[in-house]
Design a protein. Sequence first.
Length: 132
Amino acid sequence: MLTFTISTSRREEIRDLTERVQEALSELGATEGVALVSVPHCTCAVYLNENESGLLDDTLTALGFLGRLQRWRHDIIDNNAGAHLAASLLGSSALVPVKMGRLELGTWQRVLLVELDGPRTRRVTVAVLAEA
């Protein structure tokens, strides 16, 4: 297992982790199995999708809509209920097959971190479940 950090610079942003995850696989010596990419945070998420600027903006707009729907009870504490809810919908981890040491992603798929309550420094863990 390997952990690295990534610093975000805006309240909401999407960062491409694909190359860093691939580097982690190399550092771990992973050749076959499944990579688990996980973040131990409640207001950011990891998901797989295309890294296209319009789609990234659309994703943040759709997720940001949660914060504008109504006044959430949790907002009384720290005004980030929408971030918690959006992160819950996307999830805190993604599983990606690994073949011959490489992530087995579709043509346009990338491993993406979604920051929903930044700027912050986030931890990302890559673990490999290897074939026996």
